[in-house]
Design a protein around this ligand. Structure first.
Ligand SMILES: NC(=O)c1ccc[n+]([C@@H]2O[C@H](COP(=O)([O-])OP(=O)(O)OC[C@H]3O[C@@H](n4cnc5c(N)ncnc54)[C@H](OP(=O)(O)O)[C@@H]3O)[C@@H](O)[C@H]2O)c1
Length: 336
C-alpha cells in the first residue's frame, strides 16, 4: 500500500522567533525500504525549547537542520515494516524521528520502548524520558545537593523545572521557584510542594530572593539566563553550584547577549557554573527512570502534560514554549 508522508520542512532560518512562516508543509510518497531500514509511524512528537537552537545556521551540540530538510524532533512511534533484524513490526521506538507522519530509519539512534499496551506516552514524555533525565541528572550530578541547602529553579513551572524542584524537595532542600505568572507560582507551591515562588514578571527578583532565601542560594538550576541569572548571582553562597541546563531567554535573540554584569560573584564566592546536555547521560537512563517511577508511585512527584492534536499544529504550538502559555510538557499527537 502506498503511504503518503506528511512533513514539516524547514523553509527559512528565523531572525528571532521561530514561527509557522519558517516552515513548509510537504506531502510525498514514502519510499520502499532498503535492506537494514525500518518504517516507523509516528504517534507522539515532543516540542522542546532546543528546537529553536537546532535551526540556527551554526551548530550547537547537534549540526543545524538544513534548509529544505524535515524539521528535527524527538518522537515515539511504531515500527510498521522492518528490513532490519533488530526491529520487528509492532515494536515501539523512540528517537530523533522528525516532524513527520512516517520516518524511515536505518536504526541509528533508535531506542526500543516497552511494548506493553499499558505504555503511556504522557508518562514517558512528562516524567520518564529526556525531561525527567534532565531534571534528575542536572540537579543530582551537577548540582550535588546536600540536605538543608537552598535551591532556586527558573522556568520552575515548566516541564524540567517543575520536576527539578520536586526532586530537590525529595532530597531535603529548601526550594524556591521563579515563574512567569501568579497561577504558575500557585501551582508549584500549593500542588508541587515548592517552599516559595517568585513571579519574575511582577516582582523584583533579586530583592525577593534575598527575602525568600535567608541563608543564601547554594544551587541555582538555570533554565533562563539574562536578568534572572544576574538576580540569582547577587544572592549566591560560598561554593554555590550553578547548573546551566538552558538559557531560553536568549534563544530568540538576534544579537549576541551581554554577560551578567556581576560575574565577579562567581569568583568571590568560589562558585562553580557547569553546563550539561542530557544526551551525555543516555547510558544511565534506567537509573533516572527507576527513581522517578518510584517517586511517582509513592506520590512524591507530579507532572503535567499538554497534548496538541495534529502534526499540522506543531509550528504554532512550538511558539507557546516561548510565550509561556503552555502548561507542563508540550507534546503533539501525530497520528490521526
Ligand atoms: N541541557 C539539556 O540537556 C536540556 C534538556 C531539556 C531542556 N533543557 C532546557 O531546559 C529549559 C526548560 O525546558 P522545558 O522543556 O522544561 O520547557 P518549559 O520550561 O516547559 O517551557 C519553557 C518555559 O520557559 C519560560 N520562558 C520562555 N521564555 C522566557 C524568557 N524570555 N524569560 C524567562 N522565562 C521564559 C516560560 O515559562 P514562564 O511562564 O515561567 O516564563 C516557558 O513556559 C530550557 O531552557 C531548555 O532549553 C535543557
Amino acid at each position: 500500500m502506498a503511504r503518503i508522508n506528511r512533513q514539516w520542512l524547514l523553509a527559512t532560518r528565523p531572525a528571532d522567533f521561530l514561527t509557522p512562516a519558517n516552515f513548509r508543509w510537504n506531502e510525498q510518497q514514502v519510499p520502499a525500504l532498503n535492506a537494514g531500514e525500518v518504517l516507523i509511524g509516528l504517534t507522539y512528537l515532543s516540542l522542546d525549547p532546543t528546537n529553536r537552537g537546532w535551526v540556527n545556521e551554526y551548530a550547537s551540540y547537534l549540526p543545524p537542520v538544513a534548509i529544505g530538510e524535515v524539521m528535527r524532533g524527538i518522537a515515539i512511534g511504531t515500527v510498521l515494516e522492518s528490513r532490519n533484524p533488530r526491529y520487528s513490526e509492532g515494536d515501539r521506538v523512540h528517537g530523533l524521528l522528525g516532524w513527520q507522519r512516517y520516518a524511515v530509519s536505518d536504526g541509528t539512534g533508535l531506542t526500543l520502548l516497552p511494548k506493553d499496551p499499558g505504555f503511556n506516552p504522557e508518562v514517558f514524555f512528562g516524567l520518564l524520558g529526556h525531561i525527567g533525565m534532565t531534571a534528575y541528572f542536572g540537579l543530582l550530578d551537577i548540582g550535588k545537593p546536600r540536605p538543608g541547602e537552598t535551591l532556586v529553579v527558573s522556568a520552575a513551572a515548566g516541564a524540567v523545572g517543575s520536576l527539578t524542584g520536586q526532586i530537590g524537595k525529595i532530597h531535603g532542600l529548601r526550594v524556591v521557584g521563579i515563574a512567569g505568572s501568579d497561577d504558575k507560582c500557585r501551582w508549584i507551591t500549593r500542588e508541587l510542594g515548592f517552599d516559595a515562588a517568585i513571579n519574575y514578571k511582577s516582582e523584583p527578583v533579586s530583592q525577593r530572593l534575598k527575602e525568600l532565601c535567608p541563608k543564601g542560594i547554594d544551587i541555582y538550576f538555570e533554565n533562563v539566563g539574562g536578568a534572572i541569572l544576574e538576580a540569582v548571582l547577587d544572592n549566591i553562597n560560598l561554593h554555590a553550584r550553578i547548573v546551566v541546563c538552558g538559557l531560553i531567554s536568549q534563544y530568540n535573540s538576534p544579537q549576541p547577549v551581554p554577560g551578567p554584569a556581576n560575574l565577579g560573584k562567581i569568583l568571590v564566592c568560589r562558585a562553580r557554573m557547569e553546563g550539561f546536555i542530557v544526551l551525555d547521560y543516555a547510558d544511565r537512563g534506567m537509573e533516572a527512570m527507576t527513581a522517578l517511577g518510584r517517586w511517582h508511585a509513592e506520590g512524591k512527584i507530579r507532572y503535567r502534560v499538554e497534548v496538541v492534536r495534529g502534526l499540522e499544529n506543531a509550528p504554532t504550538a512550538l511558539q507557546r514554549l516561548f510565550d509561556g502559555s503552555h502548561r507542563g510538557k508540550l507534546i503533539v499527537r501525530v497520528e490521526d
